[in-house]
Design a protein around this ligand. Sequence first.
Ligand SMILES: Nc1ncnc2c1ncn2[C@@H]1O[C@H](COP(=O)(O)OP(=O)(O)OP(=O)(O)O)[C@@H](O)[C@H]1O
Length: 299
Amino acid sequence: MEKILEVKNLTKKFKHIAVNNISFDVEKGNVYGLLGPNGSGKSTTFGMLLSTINPTSGSWKWFGKEGTDTHTLKKIGAIIEQPNFYPYLSAEKNLEIVATIKEIPYSRIDEVLEVVNLLTRKKDAFKTYSLGMKQRLAIASALLADPEVLILDEPTNGLDPEGIIQIRDIINSIAKSGTTIIVASHLLDEIEKICSHVIVLKQGNAIYSGSVDAMSNTKGFFELKADNISELVSVLGSFGIFSSVKEQDNLIIAQISSDISASELNKKLFEKGISLSHLQKKKESLETQFLELVKQSNS
Ligand SMILES: Nc1ncnc2c1ncn2[C@@H]1O[C@H](COP(=O)(O)OP(=O)(O)OP(=O)(O)O)[C@@H](O)[C@H]1O
């Protein structure tokens, strides 16, 4: 898979460390999430990768080339801050100004407005737009130059649920067209719905980097109950298919390491003379796993 971005040991120290020795790769055609709470270093990371913030140490390559030069920037569409459009001009006129500066033919304007569902509103003044429409226009503007990578910093901040869904759908459709996307968010739910890969930042440290699926790649667990708890625990342990068997709130929690259905387990236990009064197969939500990850990085 072609690497779009390779980040190595990137560090930024202001008064305190904002980004601490992070490394990750971005492969073509995927949607990456930079996930972390406010102040975890997402914007600082973007700032360094876009050459607006000087790194303290570390390096990166865009498209196999060291650093970020003006030629590289032309291949990147980024929305980092609230974009500045002229309030009294229409969306179309605003994009004409951007297109002129970037030497892009006006024919592209309708194409990008179509992508963000603003074509029918293109003659309306920017100031009449809702926050969601303004954000969509910013995405359209970033798409004008047909970038290979789109960088979005908290694209749904401040939007209502409908606006959030619209942005999410647009991001998904842009991704489907093959554009690589890197999106920063503090919302796990958003990352889960949009991204194939995630880098989890905590106080400037990358505590997880990998696919969203792998982050949620647990086979789940069984909740079990029987009259003779100690016998149940020892028999479960003897099966060799659980990574841990623990008692919790009068229930036995058995973390699954090899796939097995509830009925198969019930049968195996019955053959060992154990009848259960409770059996349920469950899976932790991604949120629980994320919190577990954050907890582990504290220890
Ligand atoms: N110009 C600056 N001078 C000093 N400290 C800074 C500067 N910019 C960011 N920081 C600090 O660096 C840390 C990381 O901030 P950053 O904005 O990168 O986080 P973030 O994850 O993007 O959060 P947010 O979503 O709130 O922007 C914070 O502690 C912040 O206060």
